[in-house]
Write a new protein. Structure first.
Length: 105
């Protein structure tokens, strides 16, 4: 969908693709919380959830500000570059998580 937004110059298609991207990205934050809960010991759940929430809030505040500033200075054509780079960075970070959840006793 990101590539469709990037290469197809249609307002309607871009709106539909953006909606699909938003729908697909919706479960990522709860999945991060669930993965954190499953990977870490029970004693650190409260602190780890607070850290995940803090970084989630930081990203939710920082990246739209950076994107808006770049879009104002350079132009709206920078939006696909930024969203695709954020998607690639998110994929790389997700690949660092272990594939098997450790068994807790």
């Amino acid at each position: 969908m990101h590539l469709l937004i990037w290469f197809v110059p249609s307002f309607i298609e871009n709106a539909v693709s953006t909606a699909v991207v938003g729908l697909v990205y919706g479960p990522i934050y709860p999945a991060n919380l669930a993965t954190t809960r499953d990977l870490l010991p029970t004693e650190v759940h409260l602190v780890s959830m607070a850290v995940v929430a803090a970084f989630g809030s930081l990203g939710a505040a920082l990246f739209p500000f950076i994107t808006g500033t770049l879009s104002t200075v350079v132009g709206p054509r920078t939006l696909p570059y930024i969203t695709i780079s954020q998607c690639v960075a998110m994929f790389c970070l997700w690949s660092l998580f272990p594939s098997n959840i450790p068994q807790q006793l």
